[in-house]
Structures are given as structure tokens and as C-alpha cells.
Design a protein around this ligand. Structure first.
Ligand code: 13P
Length: 257
């Protein structure tokens, strides 16, 4: 049985006060690790340390939204894996659609980051997902295949234990349009099948594949009860205590058929 995983991607939101109070409210609500559901928040870099202190000892883990693949050195403006670990991050989101499509990251760069993070002990949520134009052109599966092949190139089977996938259709991110249950489960099943073919069925069965894209309290339960959906990567709704805790509570109550 895969443990569900609910992660909040705060993106470029919050200031010091709102970030730490959201972290401490969540830590108060979820003081102890929940067997059924793993929890994570990913604040912006400047607030990682403060939010890390706020959630320390609670069920809420700390993650970053990006990392650079080089070791510390002359890379102005970048943040090293060593620094993220140093401030208590356990996870990092890589390959998010905003980094691919707004900041121009390629599968090659994402792959360098995946390899660097995993080799240094930072767990990775690798995001994949198609544009609306790609879905309409019937290219969803080939786009996902390319992002998986590129992002996971050169990765050994053991490292995959420290990785989760997030399927985030770009057209569903921040739009209020959620993938239908059929669209989500079918993309997740395709990704799991890709993992079986590329690695083996144990890897595929153990891999958590999160859904992201307009997850809200009202749709979280039905999405997470789908057979191939193992949690949620939440953007906008993770910025308010009430909506994020409602999504976490929906995960706790989820039963898989
Ligand atoms: P929204 O939940 O705001 O659609 O964002 C999803 C996302 O991009 C999470 O990484």
C-alpha cells in the first residue's frame, strides 16, 4: 500500500510573517506523523529556515522549490543542495511546469538537478505534464514519456525510493480547471506503466504519483481515491490553513477501492 503524500507548493508567495504563521498553524494541527499520509510544505527560499523552525518536530516536512546541480561555488543567484539540506529541507520540487515554461528549464537541466539532489540525500518530487495544445494534439502520452525519459536518465533503481512523481497537466495549474477523474487516472496509469517498462513492476507499484492542478478541498477526496493517484501537489489552496488542512483531512479519510 503506497502512503499518500500531500505537498504544498507555495510558489513565489508569502512574506516572513504569513509563511511562519502558516507553518506554525499547520504544525499545531498536525503535531505527530500520520501513518497514512506524508505531509510537506515548500516555501520560497528566504523563508525555508524560519518555516523549518515553525514545523520542526511536527508531521510537516520541509521542502524547496528548486535546487542547482553544482556544488557550492561561483554560481551567482543559485542555491546549492548542501544549503537546502543545511536548513532542514528533506525534499525538493524539480521540473515544475513554471520552471519549464516560464524559466526555460530543459529535461537535461532537470535531469542534472535530479541526479545531484538524490546523490546528496535530498528527496525529489519530479513534475511532468502536458500543455493544452499537446493534449489537444493527442500527444499527452508521448510528452510524458519524453519528460520521464529525460528527467530520470542515468538514475539507478535504488535512488527511485527517494523520488515521487507529480503529474501536473499545465492547463490545470492555477486555472480552476481540474483534470477529470478519467484524465487523471489514465495519465497516472500511463506513468506507472512507463515505470514498469523502464525499470520493473516493483518500482512502478511503489512509486507515489501525485496529482497537481487546481486541487481544492472539494475535489481532493475524489482525486486521491483514484487507484493510481497517491496524493496531491497543491498550489493556491496550500496558501490558506483552512483549505490546505481540509485537503490533508480528505487524504486521511481517503479509502482506496
Ligand atoms: P494550483 O493548485 O494553484 O493549480 O497549482 C498547482 C501546482 O502547480 C502545484 O505545483
Amino acid at each position: 500500500m503506497r502512503r499518500l503524500f500531500v505537498a504544498g507548493n507555495w510558489k513565489m508567495n508569502t512574506l516572513a510573517e504569513s509563511a511562519t504563521s502558516l507553518g506554525s498553524d499547520l504544525a499545531k494541527q498536525y503535531p505527530e506523523s500520520i501513518e497514512k499520509v506524508e505531509l510537506l510544505v515548500c516555501p520560497p527560499f528566504p523563508y525555508l529556515a524560519a518555516v523549518g523552525s515553525a514545523v520542526d518536530g511536527s508531521a510537516i516536512q520541509l521542502g524547496a522549490q528548486n535546487a542547482y546541480f553544482e556544488s557550492p561555488g561561483a554560481f551567482t543567484g543559485e542555491v546549492a543542495v548542501e544549503m537546502l539540506l543545511d536548513v532542514g529541507s528533506e525534499w525538493v520540487i524539480l521540473g515544475h511546469s513554471e520552471r519549464r515554461h516560464v524559466l526555460g528549464e530543459t529535461d537535461e537541466t532537470i535531469n542534472q538537478k535530479v541526479l545531484a539532489c538524490l546523490s546528496k540525500g535530498l528527496k525529489v518530487i519530479l513534475c511532468v505534464g502536458e500543455l493544452l495544445s499537446e493534449r489537444e494534439a493527442g500527444q499527452t502520452e508521448s510528452v510524458l514519456d519524453g519528460q520521464m525519459e529525460g528527467g530520470l536518465a542515468g538514475l539507478d533503481v535504488e535512488s527511485l525510493q527517494n523520488l515521487a512523481i507529480a503529474y501536473e497537466p499545465v492547463w490545470a495549474i492555477g486555472t480552476g480547471v481540474t483534470a477529470t477523474e478519467e484524465q487523471a487516472d489514465s495519465a497516472h496509469a500511463h506513468l506507472r506503466n512507463w515505470l514498469t517498462n523502464r525499470y520493473n513492476s516493483d518500482v512502478a507499484q511503489d512509486m507515489r504519483i501525485l496529482y497537481g492542478g487546481s486541487v481544492k478541498p472539494g475535489n481532493a477526496g475524489s482525486l486521491m481515491s483514484l487507484p493510481n493517484v497517491d496524493g496531491a501537489l497543491v498550489g493556491g489552496a496550500s496558501l490558506q490553513f483552512d483549505s490546505f488542512s481540509a485537503i490533508i483531512d480528505a487524504a486521511v479519510e481517503t479509502t482506496k477501492s
